[in-house]
Ligand binder design. Sequence first.
Ligand SMILES: NC(=O)c1ccc[n+]([C@@H]2O[C@H](COP(=O)([O-])OP(=O)(O)OC[C@H]3O[C@@H](n4cnc5c(N)ncnc54)[C@H](O)[C@@H]3O)[C@@H](O)[C@H]2O)c1
Length: 370
Amino acid sequence: MIIGTVKEVKKKEYRVGLTPSSVSEYVGHGHTVYVESDAGINSGFDNADYVKAGAKILKTAKEVWDSVDMIVKVKEPLAEEFGHLRDNLILYTYLHLAACEDLTKALMKAKTDSVAYETITLPDGSLPCLKPMSEVAGRIGAIEGAKHLEKPFGGSGILISGVPGTERANVCIIGAGVVGVNALKMIAGMEANVTVLDINLDKLTYLDELYGNRITTLYSSEANIEKAVKQADLIISGVLLPGGAKAPKLIKRAYYKDMRPGSVIVDIAIDQGGSTEVSKMTYHDDPTYVVDGIVHYCVANMPGAVPRTSTVALNNATLKYGLMIADYGLDAAIKISEPLRMGVNTYHGQCTCEGVCQAFDMPYKPLRQD
Ligand SMILES: NC(=O)c1ccc[n+]([C@@H]2O[C@H](COP(=O)([O-])OP(=O)(O)OC[C@H]3O[C@@H](n4cnc5c(N)ncnc54)[C@H](O)[C@@H]3O)[C@@H](O)[C@H]2O)c1
């Protein structure tokens, strides 16, 4: 198979789909790899690194898109890339289609077969190719949240840990999944008061056993969310519904009037539409906006800020499934691998992801393995 990667075009996105190490794995399996010139430069990999790994460098993104069987990216194609979509092309990347109707329609119209990293699902429901970026986003979320509490960034002016003789910040983490656990790891290290909410009691039990009385865990009922949010200086949301569905709007605007002005919401679930009623996507160069005195941080590509870490962590997870597609072809690979079948979001012009079909009221036709 011919595989390629291109430079990401999303604003302030510095990751790249393939590392030189992944390139040499594909080449070692007998595949050909094309890389757009300087595609990996922001992640610390120059053209010479890719050539050494066995790739051929092509000058433009168009040359790569036009000559490959599978394109491996990081972020979803933007409108300016829709012209590259075509039949007989496999797109392997993050897609988050439930928040992106125009891309869903473009993929279906072009009959591009797309595999979304975030819906590749293991039998226990975990998401192996979302996990590394959720780990990064949860940790960045804690750092950015603490930073935006500072007055010059629009925050209420509380130091997350306090100092002896002053109050610590109250932090509310909604969702005790990968994002939540990683945010908690950092926030607990910064010694704030933390409350963690989830509807999954097993996850809360695990955290309760791990952190003891250093944290409070609460079942995520509407009443508990309201109480915890109103008391919080910083809220970090990492909720996710299974099957690629839109994020639930758990944080109501009505709560804001009872919150301290300058409190911060880091809405990490923004890539699935966000978990407040006023969430809208922001970028690293202007990451926040204020609604009713509350600072909202809604960057949808948080790991893009630390590409040297994120590109490697991402490839560690995505290479396995990418190689399956390359070695067997998509049709045979989904017969062998149920997790990969769950990753297919569009196939031969049909939407094959239940959560996406629900989001846009489209008929859902599951992709069968037989
Ligand atoms: N903004 C970014 O740059 C970025 C980066 C990585 C991941 N994400 C996003 O972060 C979100 C979380 O990802 P994850 O890997 O942690 O998912 P996960 O599946 O590991 O965790 C999601 C958690 O949400 C919980 N949940 C579901 N409904 C809930 C409710 N009503 N109240 C409280 N908790 C509830 C689930 O039980 C689960 O524990 C996803 O939307 C993901 O795409 C964003």
